[in-house]
Ligand binder design. Structure first.
Ligand SMILES: Cc1cc2nc3c(=O)[nH]c(=O)nc-3n(C[C@H](O)[C@H](O)[C@H](O)COP(=O)(O)OP(=O)(O)OC[C@H]3O[C@@H](n4cnc5c(N)ncnc54)[C@H](O)[C@@H]3O)c2cc1C
Length: 413
């Protein structure tokens, strides 16, 4: 483990903060995560069954000091390496994909780009407050008409005195209606052609020029926030551009590499929880005079769930190590490409593996499987979105194939 905390020039876009947590501190985080999960389980279950948001997701995260797991200690984080953070998300996601998505939105795609691209002043303003639970973060890239291709976005910015003014709508944003600050990607107002380059901003959400609305028409993840928001002549500080002007697309893509690892990890949590539930149920439930676990076709389902678990686990471990190597080598395009590839494979595989695992778990539970009262069906409702958000199955496959074929085979420009 690296014990050196190096920070490059502020705003250079190449700062890095190697993990500094000791093995004991990593073990303490795992213990805190376990305590969090045990405390949240009954609260989450009630909120889920009532299809209501669960404020305890954030409140207990604050109590257990889990709001900056991978952030450097100097900003109040716990500075764990990517594998330890992934293991935390795996455990958290056993309590529900919605619970884990809160952490992904706040840390993996909220704090991470500020840490990587922020000026020292931006980091000082947002990272300690977000680690203390005083500033919830979100990542706003998607728009109603720009999902897989963010370059088709229409959100705009312009400079006015010492402020930036933002306009436009962001759609399907995790933590979007509870965030105090959102990373927003926008184009210069009135720009065309080569001037039309996306920039990134840290947008404080206070004020009536920023209107957010939680989206409720979703078939799962009831307890966590998915929202849309509209900015109408929304003024933000002139210091709040993140990274260099025109560098927003690169920042967004780099951030999604971090986010996808969190999604892959979450999916493994889903699989682990389904496996544990199925092993218990298959031992207890009797039909035809014996535990259903003695029926070979039920064993086949269990074997497949276990294969989904072990293969996803191996890919996530490889991906987490690749991410740490890339983070430790800022500016090294090859390391970043290796991490991007490994994480795309892990995300694509783990999300599909989880989809297979939840389906088989529901089958093992029979009629009880088709009920929100049991964990497998709740996981089934939640986990489907993991094949869509932070890059769809199709985009992951294009990324994997074109990485192998070479740039000239990229399916889109
Ligand atoms: C619950 C939830 C939470 C989310 N959280 C966030 C968040 O925090 N921040 C954020 O910015 N976004 C978030 N999103 C948005 C998510 O990332 C997008 O939904 C996703 O990227 C897909 O975009 P889209 O929905 O516009 O689909 P589209 O891009 O319209 O895609 C529709 C279909 O076409 C396929 N497709 C598109 N282009 C190609 C291509 N070139 N080749 C092959 N197939 C293609 C897609 O794979 C998909 O199957 C969230 C979404 C959900 C549902």
């Amino acid at each position: 483990m690296n014990h050196v905390d190096t920070i490059a020039a502020p705003g250079s876009g190449i700062s890095t903060n190697p993990p500094t947590a000791t093995p004991e501190e990593c073990a303490q985080l795992a213990a805190d995560v376990e305590a969090y999960c045990q405390e949240i389980r009954p609260l989450e279950e009630i909120a889920y069954l009532e299809h209501e948001p669960n404020p305890a997701i954030a409140e207990l995260a604050k109590k257990y000091n889990m709001l900056g797991m991978s952030m450097p200690k100097k900003y109040g984080g716990r500075a764990v390496d990517s594998l330890t953070y992934a293991r935390a998300l795996i455990r958290i996601n056993r309590e529900g994909t919605g619970v884990r998505t809160f952490f992904s939105g706040h840390t993996s795609i909220g704090q991470y780009p500020i840490l990587k691209y922020g000026t020292e002043e931006q980091k000082d303003r947002y990272l300690p407050a977000s680690c203390r639970g005083e500033c919830t973060l979100a990542f706003g890239l998607t728009e109603p008409d720009a999902g897989s291709n963010p370059l088709e976005g229409t959100c705009t910015w312009r400079r006015e005195g010492d402020k930036f003014i933002l306009n436009g709508v962001k759609y399907l944003i995790s933590n979007g209606s509870i965030a105090d600050a959102v990373l927003v990607f926008a184009f210069p107002e009135g720009s065309t052609g080569s001037e039309r380059r996306m920039s990134a901003f840290i947008v404080d959400t206070a004020g009536d020029t920023f209107e957010a609305e939680a989206l409720h028409a979703k078939p799962g993840m009831y307890t966590s926030d998915t929202a849309m928001f509209e900015m109408t002549e929304h003024p933000i500080s002139g210091d709040n551009m993140l990274g260099e002007e025109g560098n927003g697309f690169r920042i967004a893509m780099h951030t999604l590499v971090s986010g996808r690892l969190s999604v892959a990890s979450g999916c493994l949590g889903t699989i682990e929880d389904c496996l544990e539930e199925c092993l218990r149920y298959a031992r207890e439930r009797e039909q035809h005079g014996k535990p259903i676990g003695k029926h070979q076709l039920v064993q086949q389902h269990i074997a497949r769930i276990e294969m989904m678990r072990s293969t996803a686990d191996a890919l996530i471990e490889r991906a987490a190590i690749a991410k740490d190597k890339s983070d430790a080598a800022p500016g090294d395009k090859e390391e970043l490409a290796r991490a991007d590839f490994a994480i795309a494979e892990a995300k694509y595989w783990a999300s599909n593996a989880a989809w297979e695992a939840v389906d088989r778990a529901v089958q093992i539970f029979g009629g009880r499987g088709w009920s929100e009262l049991y964990r497998p069906f709740r996981h089934l409702q939640d986990v489907r979105v993991c094949r869509i958000y932070e890059g769809t199955d199709e985009i992951m496959q294009l990324k994997i194939a074109s990485s192998l074929l070479g740039k000239e085979f990229a399916a889109f420009g």
